[in-house]
Ligand binder design. Structure first.
Ligand SMILES: NC(=O)c1ccc[n+]([C@@H]2O[C@H](COP(=O)([O-])OP(=O)(O)OC[C@H]3O[C@@H](n4cnc5c(N)ncnc54)[C@H](O)[C@@H]3O)[C@@H](O)[C@H]2O)c1
Length: 276
């Protein structure tokens, strides 16, 4: 029975992809959008959604080969895009990402902070200082430092929009993923902490908290039928999310349609219970 259900989930056409085919209003035309970790998964879907709405997109990830592949893929969809390598945990890489964007695209209007790591699975009591430094450094501190770097450039353009990718795990820590979950809770706080200060510069900052989305990152959750079944019990929409389900919401938050939304987190979970 479960096999049949999962087969049906995999073969289900992706609603988001179908919607994004033609006639998408060019609501982000003239905007420049940086998306971190955007050569696969949710980041690539966000880059595609922003590009389809007319934004000039800057994709990045740690490996040049992946950057090249993503740039070719997006160009094949007529999206204006450049790419560069960036390990968000390294100051010189963050600087290079912003510098390349300004030099090649003339400014920046949108930042999507999507990169995350999870080098640890197990009892939270077994997690080490090294694990915590790595997880908080990449997932939280780098999101803040990248935001800080883009602010003066957004101010020059009269404003901008930042979107941070958190997780449903930020609301309810997932078993075995304690430090990662805590880092995602911190991002909910970071969004709220930054909103009033960025508001002075007409910069909005919002957060998206995805549920279980079918990407490489979450493979351990959806490859195991028992675990998958448990997750699906907790959702109202009985399928896994697809990266496109998140990409469209990120593009919405960056658009003028969301011009009075800041400091918020939108949960995109297929109806999982999210409380804090
Ligand atoms: N897939 C899910 O179910 C799910 C659920 C909730 C939240 N998220 C979040 O969505 C975001 C994207 O994840 P995804 O599911 O698309 O998986 P993914 O594996 O495609 O994306 C994560 C990316 O981050 C990159 N990355 C890791 N460390 C980096 C660093 N130091 N510098 C630059 N890039 C780095 C990885 O190479 C990888 O490409 C993450 O923030 C993740 O926490 C995912």
């Amino acid at each position: 029975m479960l096999k049949a259900v999962t087969r049906c989930l995999w073969s289900n056409p992706v609603a988001g992809r179908r919607m994004m085919s033609h006639h998408i209003p060019q609501s982000l035309s003239g905007k420049v959008a940086i998306v971190t970790a955007s050569t696969d998964g949710i980041g690539l879907a966000a880059a595609e959604a922003l590009g389809q709405r007319g934004a000039h997109v800057v994709v990045s990830s740690r490996r040049q080969a992946n950057v090249d592949k993503a740039v070719s893929f997006l160009r094949s969809k007529d999206i204006k895009v450049i790419g560069t390598t960036c390990n968000v945990g390294k100051a010189e890489d963050r600087d290079k990402l912003i510098k390349t964007t300004i030099e090649q695209c003339g400014g920046v209007d949108i930042l999507v902070s999507n990169a995350a790591v999870n080098p640890f699975f197990g009892s939270i009591l077994e997690s080490t200082e090294e694990v915590w430094n790595k997880i908080l450094g990449v997932n939280v501190t780098a999101s803040f430092l990248l935001t800080k770097l883009v602010v003066p450039h957004m101010e020059k353009r009269g404003g901008g929009s930042v979107v941070i990718v958190s997780s449903v795990a930020g609301y309810q820590p997932m078993q075995g993923l304690g430090p990662y979950s805590v880092s995602k809770t911190a991002l909910l706080g970071l969004t709220r902490a930054l909103a009033p200060d960025l508001g002075h510069s007409n910069i909005r900052i919002n957060c998206v908290a995805p549920g279980i989305i079918k990407t490489r990152f979450s493979a351990a959750l959806w490859e195991n039928e028992g675990v998958l079944e448990e997750f699906l019990k907790q959702t109202s929409i009985k399928r896994l999310g697809q990266p496109e389900d998140i990409g469209g919401v990120i593009a919405f938050l960056c658009s003028d349609e969301a011009s009075y939304i800041t400091g918020e987190t939108i949960t995109v979970t297929g109806g999982m219970n999210c409380r804090l």
